[in-house]
Write a protein of this length. Structure first.
Length: 197
């Protein structure tokens, strides 16, 4: 798998790319190391530069940028794993195939536009536009569910909505815990961060 081809194809021609991905044997370790790792570095480095060098409000210390970049990097891995776990766990309830490897493929490749758009975090005011990449990622997931999880077409929307709700709640809790831990390691506080925004 050429990472540049995969990124281009999943964003530009997702329908045909999901067919190609469905024909591949899922290899979770290879996906995390060869795909998630390099793409997760994009928003992480952008956060370090954007918040640590360029700054936003009172958020102009390198410690802030480094802390937020580290949080983003760890969340990329945790987010893919937890999202995949939730999707695999819910699969039987929606007449889908319960396969963690396929769920990891689905989630990792669906997150692609959010990671690529994460480059915009170099300019803190534009960082919110990465949210648009995340929305496109939901569309990619919608398109990929029938191919990757063998979801019947009439159950795709329900499966997607329930998965998103479960992932958001879990992800939010983990983000709070991780942010608290990382900020304390850097000697920073969440309250100071909130006042500076």
């Amino acid at each position: 798998m050429d990472i540049f081809e995969r990124v281009k194809n999943i964003i530009m021609t997702p329908k045909t790319e999901w067919t190609v991905i469905a024909a591949e044997e899922p290899n979770t370790a290879k996906i995390f190391k060869g795909y998630v790792l390099p793409l997760a570095l994009i928003p992480s480095i952008a956060y370090i530069i954007g918040l640590g060098v360029i700054g936003r409000g009172r958020m102009s210390s390198f410690s802030w940028g480094l802390a937020m970049g580290l949080i983003q990097f760890i969340l990329a891995f945790v987010g893919v794993y937890i999202s995949a776990y939730v999707i695999a766990f819910l699969a039987p309830k929606f007449g889908s195939q319960q396969d963690m490897g396929r769920a990891v493929q689905l989630v990792a490749y669906s997150y692609t536009p959010a990671w690529v758009a994460g480059i915009l975090s170099i300019v803190p005011a534009l960082g919110i536009l990465a949210f648009v990449g995340g929305l496109y990622g939901l569309y990619l997931m919608y398109m990929g569910l029938p191919q990757m999880m063998k979801t019947p077409q009439d159950k795709v929307v329900g499966y997607l909505v329930v998965s998103i709700i479960a992932v958001i709640v879990t992800y939010w809790i983990i983000t709070l815990l991780l942010t608290s831990i990382v900020l304390s390691i850097f000697g920073l506080s969440a309250m100071t961060m909130m006042r500076g925004l």
